[in-house]
Design a protein around this ligand. Structure first.
Ligand code: ZN
Length: 88
């Protein structure tokens, strides 16, 4: 599973070269905050006869920006939620 926020935090951590008072989880939270505007723009919508697409760019979901902004776990959860709604 990938998580862009954790990966960014790990890169930031390693670039410092020495331990700091910040934990990886703090850096991941900071990275998630930085990704927030991108995540708000790139969300899935389900269009009849087309399927799941990004509401921002219209590309098939998950779009390239969504892959960079959401963790695999989040993308899987979104897919399951959308599938459950479609069955209702
Ligand atoms: Zn998008």
């Amino acid at each position: 599973m990938s998580d862009p926020a954790v990966e960014a935090a790990q890169r930031a951590w390693l670039s410092r070269g020495v331990p700091t008072k910040f934990a990886i989880v703090d850096l991941a939270d900071a990275a998630r905050e930085a990704l927030k505007p991108i995540r708000e723009r790139h969300q899935q919508v389900c269009i009849y006869a087309v399927g799941r697409v990004c509401k921002h760019d219209g590309h098939r979901w998950p779009c390239a920006d969504a892959l960079d902004a959401y963790s695999t776990e989040e993308l899987n959860a979104m897919t399951q939620t959308q599938s459950a709604k479609a069955k209702e």
